[in-house]
Ligand binder design. Structure first.
Ligand SMILES: [Fe+2]
Length: 305
C-alpha cells in the first residue's frame, strides 16, 4: 500500500493493490469501475500530464526497454492531453485483448485480481496536483497509463499479468497474497531487464518516476540481482522510498515461465522460510551490481511489505 511521502526527493510509491479503498469511495458498480469522464478533465489537469509526460520522454530513451518504447509508440498517447481510455482500449484490444478501465483509486485485492484475470487494467482516473509532481498517495492516471499500458501492448507481458490476476485470486483464497505481491512488485512495478546494450527498465513504478528512472539504473546505492522466484517471494520491499534491490530478468519470456508455475507448493515450501530484508544480498544470489547502500544509510526505516 503506498503511503504518504514527505521528502521532496523521495520517489512516488505506487502499486495497484494491497489495501481496500475506503468504503466511502466504493462506487455503485460491483467491479468498482467508473466512467473516466474524459471530457471533464480541466486544462490544468492536462497540463500536469504534459509536464510529467515530457519529463519522462526525455529521460527514458536508453533507459526503458525496447518493448516499452515500442508499446508507447503504437498507443494513442501524446503529451498534450490525458489519454482517453476508450481509445487506449481500442488499440490494446487489437494487439493483446486488454482494456483499460477507470477506477476511483485503490480497489480491494479480489476486485483488482478479477480485473487482471479478465484482461482489464484498472487505472486511476485522477491526476496528481501540479505542486505534487513527485508525490503519490495512490496510483494516478500517469502512473497507471504511462507506466503500465505500454507494456500491456506486449503479448508476453499481457499474458503474464493476466496469469498474475488468476494467481492472485488463488493466493487470496489461500491467504498467501504477501508472497505473490512481492513477485508483482519486483517485476511489473520495479523490474529491470537485461538487454544486449545493458540494463533497462520495464517496471511501471520506475518508468513513471523521474527520480527512480535515474536511481534504478545509475545509482551506486541499490543492489541489482538476477531474478530468482523463490528468493523474490521471501524479499520484503519498500513502499515509501526507492528500492534497495532491483531484480533483473534476462528477457520477458522469463515472466511467461513464471506465469505457468503453480505457486501453491511454493507457498507450502516457504511457510517456515525466513523473510529477507530489502537490501540483503545472499551468497547464492546472482549479483550483477552489489550496491553500497548509500541512499538508505542513516535514513529512518520506512514502511516495508
Ligand atoms: Fe502500478
Amino acid at each position: 500500500m503506498p503511503s504518504t511521502l514527505s521528502r521532496p526527493d523521495a520517489p512516488p510509491a505506487a502499486v495497484k493493490h494491497g489495501l481496500a479503498a475506503a468504503e466511502a469511495c466504493r462506487p455503485q458498480r460491483p467491479d468498482w469501475t467508473i466512467d473516466q469522464g474524459w471530457e471533464r478533465y480541466t486544462a490544468q489537469e492536462h497540463a500536469v500530464w504534459k509536464t510529467l509526460f515530457e519529463r519522462q520522454m526525455k529521460l527514458l530513451p536508453g533507459r526503458a526497454c525496447d518493448e516499452f518504447v515500442q508499446g508507447m509508440r503504437e498507443l494513442p498517447i501524446g503529451a498534450d492531453e490525458i489519454p482517453d481510455f476508450r481509445r487506449l482500449s481500442d488499440a490494446l484490444m487489437r494487439r493483446t485483448g486488454w482494456q483499460v478501465v477507470a477506477v476511483p483509486g485503490l480497489v480491494p485485492d479480489d476486485v483488482f485480481f478479477e480485473h487482471l484475470a479478465h484482461r482489464r487494467f484498472p487505472a486511476g482516473h485522477f491526476i496528481r496536483k501540479p505542486h505534487e509532481l513527485d508525490y503519490l498517495e495512490e496510483p494516478d492516471v500517469f502512473h497507471d497509463v504511462f507506466g503500465h499500458v505500454p507494456m500491456l501492448m506486449n503479448p508476453v507481458i499481457a499474458d503474464y499479468i493476466q496469469a498474475y490476476g488468476e494467481g492472485g485470486l488463488r493466493a487470496h483464497r489461500l491467504g498467501q497474497l504477501t508472497r505473490l505481491a512481492r513477485v508483482y512488485w519486483y517485476t511489473v512495478e520495479f523490474g529491470l531487464l537485461r538487454q544486449k546494450d545493458g540494463l533497462r527498465i520495464y517496471g511501471a513504478g520506475i518508468a513513471s518516476s523521474s527520480t527512480e528512472s535515474m536511481f534504478a539504473l545509475d545509482s551506486a546505492s541499490p543492489n541489482r540481482i538476477g531474478f530468482e522466484l523463490e528468493r523474490v517471494m521471501r524479499t520484503r520491499y519498500r513502499i515509501d522510498d526507492f528500492q534497495e534491490s532491483y531484480f533483473v530478468i534476462d528477457d520477458l519470456e522469463q515472466l511467461l515461465e513464471l506465469a505457468r508455475i503453480d505457486f501453491a507448493p511454493l507457498y507450502e515450501k516457504q511457510s517456515g522460510a525466513a523473510e529477507l530484508c530489502p537490501g540483503d544480498v545472499l551468497d547464492t544470489d546472482l549479483v550483477i551490481t552489489r550496491g553500497n547502500g548509500s541512499w538508505h544509510a542513516g535514513r529512518a526505516q520506512g514502511a516495508l511489505k
